[in-house]
Design a protein around this ligand. Structure first.
Ligand code: C2E
Ligand code: MG
Ligand code: MG
Ligand code: MG
Length: 287
């Protein structure tokens, strides 16, 4: 069997691998305790109506600040949370916290919450959403659930039933990261989404005559044909914003318009008047 192995990597003693394994174990262990230790928080990123130049709402984004591991990016810890079986309770915490916060705002802005495929497949997500809406008093029309198409791959029937039940509550469903999966168009036909969010990879190199430009235009055309508002994520420059406005993007989101921040950084938007871009932008400068 030594011959077959060839590269000697069967050796039990690889200190690097051993270390990585221990690190991962420690991360899993601490993540499992993070909810009860109140180490999670939400930041909020504004979504701007391109035509009115006004904020329509916020997307809630989860943050984990660990005393041991520091600030761990969601792209890393969410996958781990899913694999160790805590995404259900964690996702419910996100929904409850975001809805509680939004219910306090004087402006009836929208609140968008990302939901993991695991939450959708667990089957009781619609009940959880209904219970949280009732408990917080948030109007269902103000809540937007963001899902990625990956959720429709494993158990499409169950996922569709759950999404329909959530829609029946009056909550909107947005398809996140549109364009990055391998079956976006089929998914689009399989489920009546209320909104498309174009992945920011298409915005990065956006300029006249670029391939990204052609793709964005095609998605905007698709949105018009299907009567679905299209949000473009990852807008970082005035040039990108100008191009997107001219092409007819409905909503924009990105560092140019506002970084994800703790909600108290957006007081002017959430407690009345001043829901304009200028008001928020001026706050960012001393944030
Ligand atoms: P997403 O839902 O597509 O969120 C957009 C991501 O792009 C966020 O990263 C946001 O901070 C980042 N972003 C926004 N504007 C810009 C920009 O102009 N430039 C660049 N370079 N980035 C921008 P974040 O917060 O690190 O989240 C990453 C992903 O983690 C999210 O992608 C989402 O899939 C997931 N996630 C975050 N919070 C939650 C949550 O509460 N539940 C679940 N299930 N997933 C979450
Ligand atoms: Mg999202
Ligand atoms: Mg996205
Ligand atoms: Mg994403």
């Amino acid at each position: 069997w030594i011959k077959n192995e060839g590269r000697n990597n069967f050796a039990a003693y690889d200190p690097t691998m051993e270390r990585e394994y221990q690190d991962r174990r420690k991360l899993e262990h601490d993540l499992r305790l993070a909810l009860q230790r109140s180490e999670f928080s939400l930041v909020y990123q504004p979504m701007l109506c391109a035509r009115l130049d006004q904020f329509m709402g916020f997307e809630a984004l989860l943050r984990w600040t660990s005393p041991v591991h520091g600030s761990v990016p969601p792209d890393i810890f969410i996958g781990i949370a899913e694999s160790i079986g805590i995404m259900g309770p964690l996702g419910a915490w996100v929904l409850r916290t975001a809805c509680t916060e939004a219910a306090r705002w004087q402006n009836p802005l929208k609140i968008a919450v990302n939901v993991s495929p695991i939450q959708v497949q667990q089957g009781n997500l619609a009940e959880t959403v209904a219970e949280i809406l009732a408990a917080t008093g948030l109007a269902p029309e103000r809540l937007e659930i963001e899902v990625t198409e990956s959720l429709l791959i494993r158990h499409p029937e169950r996922a569709l039933a759950t999404l329909r039940a959530i829609k029946a509550l009056g909550v909107r469903i947005a398809m996140d990261d549109f364009g990055t999966g391998y079956s976006s168009l089929a998914t689009l036909r399989a489920f009546p989404f209320d909104k498309l969010k174009v992945d920011r990879s298409f915005v990065r190199d956006l300029c006249e005559g670029s391939e990204s430009m052609a793709i964005i235009n095609a998605i905007l055309g698709l949105g018009r044909g299907l009567r679905l508002p299209v949000v473009v994520e990852g807008v970082e420059t005035e040039l990108q914003a100008a191009i997107l406005r001219r092409c007819g993007a409905d909503e924009m989101q990105g560092y140019l318009l506002g970084r994800p921040l703790p909600i108290d950084q957006f007081k002017t938007i959430t407690v009345g008047r001043g829901a304009t871009r200028g008001a928020a932008a001026s706050r960012h400068h001393h944030a």
